[in-house]
Structures are given as structure tokens and as C-alpha cells.
Write a protein that binds this ligand. Structure first.
Ligand code: SAJ
Length: 424
């Protein structure tokens, strides 16, 4: 199978690195995105998202003429669809997968398909989405045959190959991770494997499209359930006055125990979303997966209550003060350490809620951003680490950024410290 021109649809956190890495293997890559700003930025050789090493790879690929971006699909030999799959509310269910981006991408790609082309869905999807995508394409192109009706003899090959890279390590993991390749037929799997072998050094393991979809959802649900276990332990330990950090360290000395770390909640656009795709499909069976989501989603509220209790205690000890006199410094807004990504961040959610309810001064420390998000601008100010510690009564640690790890115990001595990550 020869892929001279490859098109990547959706130039976000997954699509752009994938396009650039394929282009770095000297293949012609056309990146497609409906966002004109993203397209213009990429065509200048720059990037519109933050991801280590990505700027260098994109710059080189564009300058050497292997990568270019466009707002509409163009003919190619293979298409990789990497568009968002958020959830929407429908019939009283708040977490129904929203396939509208896949629908419009697949209908746009269908217009330029020719016999022999390969289409791969990379977006994390509910089970059945790849078959649905194939149906949309078949409807748009009655002149071509598809695997759902013509099996191995079809003109078009279709597969689901979920991305599994960790934000912050995308460029390395794209190449090194194993890939699960779920073709709609064995020939579809073989065609997709040939494509990934252009840049993947990990193993390519083939299965069906439905199993590949479920594998991706299972990986993120596994992590969510395990983080929920740690978060539940942290709430139990707080109640019975035991250090959860020491407890987990001790329990993890057991050769078959490996508990994850509690935190202020689970953020990002993957782990806090994907388990719902399983719950939405099998609500009566997915009891543990649903409960884990609820435990993790409830953690920010619990942290907010802890802060209000701490303010109350301070006022009881200082009867001449009111809540207005109590200053709170919040350390970290991002959804995980050492990134600038605030999307679906539990830390941001906690700080926004505090800013709207606490009448005193709010100091924010987030070394990875240059200005506060609009929701906080009126109510809080960005501070450097040392100054925030010096000026605040209560220190609330929300993200274990490397800049916070070096803070010595001496500096924290006189303060009320609420540490949701166990580094202080
Ligand atoms: N978190 C904890 N405790 C932990 C580990 C994580 O509270 O012990 C929190 C983080 O602070 C963060 C959230 O969980 O708020 C998610 O962070 P993460 O680093 O676990 O994962 P993501 O969302 O950045 O990336 C995940 C990865 N999936 C798995 O590890 C199974 C990645 O491989 C996937 O490609 C990605 O989701 C995705 O795109 O689906």
C-alpha cells in the first residue's frame, strides 16, 4: 500500500502533532481545519497550541514543503480524522456523546474520496461510531462501495485507531506507543497498519473497530476509577485524621498494590469525558464507572468546603477579623502539572468558585500563564510564588507544578496550608 499524500482532519492537540510527525517522514501531508487562524498559523510554520517540541517539528515540516494546511478537504490517499467528541445533554441525560464534528468531517471528506482510499477515525468515540461514520460516507457517495456492504471488496477501507498519547509528551508517545488498529475488515486493518508503520515504532495490534473503540474508553475509565479510589481515600482519611499521603506510600509497599494520587479532581478533555461514553451506552451495567466519575467530579466542591472551614477557623482564632481580612493564595490553575492547559481544570473551577464567594483578597500563582482568564480578572491577581506565600493567610495548593515543589517548610510555618497534592 502506497500513501503518497495523507490528510489529517482536525489540527488540534492530536491532529497537528500527527500531521507533523508523518510529514517529518517525508510524506506529503495536508492538514485540514475549519479554524482559519489555525490554518494561517501553521502555514507560517508556527503553532497555535502548547506542546513541547511540536513547534520545531511543525516548523521544519512546513519549511521543507511536506506539510501545509487548508480549510477544506482535498484529495489524498489516506485520511485521518482527529476532531473533538465532546458530550451533550439529550432527553434528561447530560452526558450523551456528541458526534456532530465527526459527522461534518466525514461528510466533507466523502466529497473528495476515490476508490482505494483509506479513512481512519482517531477521535475517541463511543462504540459504533466508526460504523456510523462509514454510513454517513456511504450516504454521501453512492458511487463508491464501503466495507459495511461490500466487505473486503469495498472501494474504501475504514478503521478506528484511537490516539493514546499523553499531553506534554505527545511528540515522543506518537512514535513510541503501541497502536490498537480496528479495521472494519481484515483488509482495512492491514491498510491502516501500513499507514501507521510510516511513523510508529511501537507495535501495531489489530482488532475490530468496535473493540478498538472500547479499548480506548476502557483505558481512560481504568485511570478514572483508580484516581477516584485515591480521591475517596483522601476524603475518608481527612475525616478520621490520617495522612492519606503516608497511607498510600505504605500501602504501595505491597507488591500487588499501586494506588494513584488524590488531587482536587480530575481534569482535561479525556479522562473526565470518555468514561461517560460507556455509561451513556450501558447505564445499568456501568455502575462502578459512573460512581468513579461522580466521586472525581465531587472533589472540587469538597475542596471548596475545606477552604471555607479554614477561613471559619481563622476567624474563630482572631475575633477582631472578618472574612474580608483573610487573604487566600491559590497555587496552580492548570489541569495537571507543568502545562498551561486550563480546559476542564478542577483547580480553575475551585478558584472561580472561591473568587465569587470569598470577600477577601485572592492571590493566584500560575507560572505557566501570562495573564488570568477573563473569569478571574476582576476578582484576583497573578502573583509570583514567594510573594503569594508572604502575603496570604491561607495557602491552597492545587497543582503540583515543579515551581511549587521546591518551597521549603520554613516558609510555610506560619501559614494555614491546604495541600490537595501532598507536596507540602
Ligand atoms: N490525576 C490525579 N491523580 C493521578 C493521576 C492523574 O488526580 O494519580 C489527574 C490529573 O491531575 C489530571 C487528570 O487526572 O487532572 C488527568 O491527567 P492524566 O495525566 O492522568 O491524563 P490525561 O488526561 O492528560 O491523558 C489521558 C491519558 N490516558 C491514560 O493515561 C489512560 C493519555 O494516554 C490519553 O491519550 C489521553 O488521556 C487521551 O487523549 O485520551
Amino acid at each position: 500500500m502506497n500513501y503518497d499524500t495523507i490528510s489529517v482532519i482536525g489540527l488540534g492537540y492530536i491532529g497537528l502533532p500527527t500531521a507533523a510527525v508523518i510529514a517529518s517522514r517525508r510524506k506529503q501531508v495536508i492538514g485540514v481545519d475549519i479554524n482559519q487562524h489555525a490554518v494561517d498559523t501553521i502555514n507560517r510554520g508556527d503553532i497555535h497550541i502548547v506542546e513541547p517540541e511540536l513547534d520545531i517539528v511543525v516548523h521544519a515540516a512546513v519549511k521543507e514543503g511536506y506539510l501545509r494546511a487548508a480549510t477544506r478537504p482535498e484529495p489524498a490517499d489516506a485520511f485521518l480524522i482527529a476532531v473533538p467528541t465532546p458530550f451533550k445533554a439529550e432527553n434528561g441525560n447530560d452526558h450523551v456523546p456528541d458526534l456532530s464534528y465527526i459527522e461534518s468531517a466525514s461528510k466533507a471528506v466523502a466529497q473528495v474520496l476515490k476508490a482505494g482510499d483509506l479513512v481512519i477515525l482517531e477521535s475517541t468515540s463511543p462504540v459504533g461510531a466508526t460504523e456510523q461514520m462509514a454510513a454517513w460516507m456511504a450516504e454521501a457517495r453512492p458511487d463508491l462501495t464501503f466495507p459495511q456492504t461490500h466487505g473486503e471488496a469495498s472501494d474504501i477501507r475504514i478503521a478506528h485507531c484511537p490516539e493514546r498519547v499523553l499531553p506534554g509528551h505527545v511528540v515522543r508517545e506518537l512514535v513510541e506507543n503501541d497502536r490498537v488498529i480496528g479495521g472494519m475488515t481484515a483488509k482495512c486493518s492491514a491498510a491502516a497498519t501500513a499507514l501507521y508503520q510510516i511513523f510508529v515504532e511501537g507495535e501495531c495490534i489489530t482488532t475490530t473497530a468496535r473493540t478498538a473503540e472500547m479499548a480506548k474508553l476502557t483505558e481512560n475509565s481504568f485511570r478514572d476509577v483508580n484516581i477516584a479510589f485515591a480521591n475517596e481515600l483522601s476524603i475518608i482519611c481527612d475525616k478520621i485524621d490520617i495522612s492519606v499521603w503516608e497511607l498510600i506510600r505504605l500501602a504501595n509497599r505491597h507488591p500487588r498494590v499501586n494506588i494513584l494520587q488524590p488531587g482536587p479532581g480530575v481534569g482535561g478533555h479525556c479522562i473526565a469525558v470518555d468514561p461517560w461514553f460507556i455509561v451513556s451506552e450501558t447505564p445499568d451495567e456501568a455502575r462502578l464507572i459512573r460512581t468513579a466519575r461522580e466521586v472525581n467530579d465531587g472533589k472540587p466542591q469538597w475542596v471548596n468546603e475545606k477552604v471555607h472551614q479554614a477561613v471559619g477557623k481563622l476567624l474563630t482564632a482572631n475575633s477582631n477579623k472578618t472574612a474580608k481580612d483573610v487573604s487566600i493564595a491559590c497555587f496552580g490553575l492548570a489541569f495537571k502539572p507543568d502545562i498551561d492547559d486550563l480546559r476542564e481544570s478542577p483547580a480553575l473551577k475551585i478558584v472561580e468558585k472561591l473568587a465569587s464567594s470569598h470577600p477577601g483578597q485572592m492571590l493566584i500563582v500560575e507560572p505557566n500563564i501570562k495573564s488570568l482568564p477573563a473569569s478571574l480578572k476582576q476578582k484576583a491577581e497573578l502573583y509570583p510564588v514567594g510573594k503569594a506565600i508572604e502575603n496570604a493567610d491561607i495557602l491552597l495548593l492545587l497543582v503540583d507544578h515543579r515551581d511549587f515543589k521546591g518551597v521549603g517548610a520554613e516558609l510555610l510555618k506560619e501559614k494555614v496550608v491546604l495541600d490537595t497534592r501532598g507536596i507540602w
